[in-house]
Design a protein around this ligand. Structure first.
Ligand code: ZN
Length: 228
């Protein structure tokens, strides 16, 4: 870690990592499940699970707190790309992500379109809940081979994923603020989910029972009538 003495030029996010960029390189910070980074007076008393202070020259500190210890702080030298960031697909809310991109990347791929959409090498940050919801909104069956989805339908899928993510961010996410239920039941945004967690219940569009299966170890729910 060569952070001491450096000036933090920019603060960015890439996938689930925060990057504090300096001329020597970047500090890479992952907040894990429930970690936090706060700006405090550097002499604020240290609490349990406060792991790292990045002390600034104005008397404040960036304090990394992580009670579950799933987070981490790593270093990426200037001009290098940390292995954890290498090979990641575009951000879903960036311009690089659209239907044409998904169409190109999926040609010849036999994996289920849901697994394809959740592959971090294809696009980052589309987790299980959002993939299931986006596929429902776009009317695409999650088990359909990725290479057999048309360009027009990928355009609908990219748009669906973007609108769902943007809306979920606005609503505070599905799990972040109140991730308290032992069964991992999601939070605020969950009340608006169409298919995720609703196996056997009526499809919000056609009323028929929603189906469920495991795709790539992940529970998936969809409507066999509305999604094909
Ligand atoms: Zn339906």
């Amino acid at each position: 870690m060569r952070l001491p003495g450096q000036r933090i030029e920019t603060v960015r996010r890439r996938a689930k990592y925060l990057l504090l960029d300096t001329q020597a390189g970047s500090a890479l910070l992952h907040l894990g499940m429930s970690g936090s980074l706060r700006v405090l007076p550097a002499d604020a008393p240290v609490r349990a699970h406060d792991h790292v202070d990045i002390v600034l020259d104005d008397g404040h500190a960036l304090r990394f707190h992580d009670s579950r210890r799933f987070g981490c702080l790593l270093w990426q030298a200037a001009g290098a790309c940390h292995p954890l960031l290498a090979g990641l697909g575009p951000e879903p809310l960036s311009e690089a992500f659209d239907g044409d991109y998904l169409f190109q990347r999926s040609r010849g791929r036999k994996v289920p379109v849901k697994s394809f959409l959740m592959d971090q090498a294809v696009v980052v940050g589309v987790g299980n809940i959002y993939a299931a919801e986006a596929l429902f909104l776009a009317g695409i069956a999650p088990l359909r081979p990725a290479g057999q989805v048309s360009r027009a339908r990928y355009a609908a899928l990219a748009e669906a994923a973007q609108s769902i993510l943007a809306h979920a961010i606005e609503r505070g996410g599905t799990t972040l603020r109140d991730f308290i239920h032992p069964d991992g039941a999601p939070g605020y945004f969950a009340q608006e989910l169409s298919v995720y967690g609703r196996a056997g219940r009526p499809c919000p569009r056609c009323g028929r029972p929603l189906k469920s299966a495991r795709i790539g170890q992940r529970a998936t729910v969809w409507c066999p009538r509305c999604q094909h």
